[in-house]
Design a protein around this ligand. Structure first.
Ligand SMILES: [Zn+2]
Ligand SMILES: [Zn+2]
Ligand SMILES: [Zn+2]
Length: 136
């Protein structure tokens, strides 16, 4: 099935590029609805799946199992550090993870191994905020 480059897809791509970090289809849709774009939720889902399939967006699952998307600036394989509070995302290389994954796959006779490793946590400013709230 040929993927047509519709204006909706461009609009979703723009919204994704403006997002601070990984976002769900739902929250992207909420923003587009506020902007009166007339783009439906199903179209947002389809556009995001298309962008992920063509490598224009990264997708991953949140610890809650929700699909999240981001227009990453790094081409090719990389990992993410994601703040679960504010959504701040840092793209990271993880050479030791690459070596470990290759070694482990080979050890079990696996080839063409791929892996997904993303770290969710609290970013520095969010954890500072939490500390100062805790101390009053
Ligand atoms: Zn990425
Ligand atoms: Zn944060
Ligand atoms: Zn990796």
């Amino acid at each position: 099935m040929a993927q047509r480059n519709t204006w909706q897809r461009e609009r979703v791509r723009d919204a994704l590029a403006d997002a601070r970090g990984f976002v769900s289809a739902q929250s992207l849709y909420a923003g587009l609805r506020e902007a009166n774009t007339g783009i439906g939720l199903a179209t947002v889902y389809r556009a995001l799946a298309g962008l992920a399939a063509s490598g224009e967006a990264d997708s991953l699952q949140s610890p809650e199992g929700e699909a999240l998307y981001r227009a990453c600036t790094t081409q090719g394989h990389h990992h993410h550090l994601i703040c679960r509070n504010c959504g701040l995302t840092v793209e990271i290389e993880a050479k030791d993870v690459e070596q470990w994954a290759q070694r482990t796959a080979a050890l079990h006779g696996f080839r063409e191994a791929e892996h997904v490793v993303d770290i969710f946590g609290l970013c520095a400013s969010c954890s500072n905020l939490r500390d100062s709230e805790a101390t009053g």
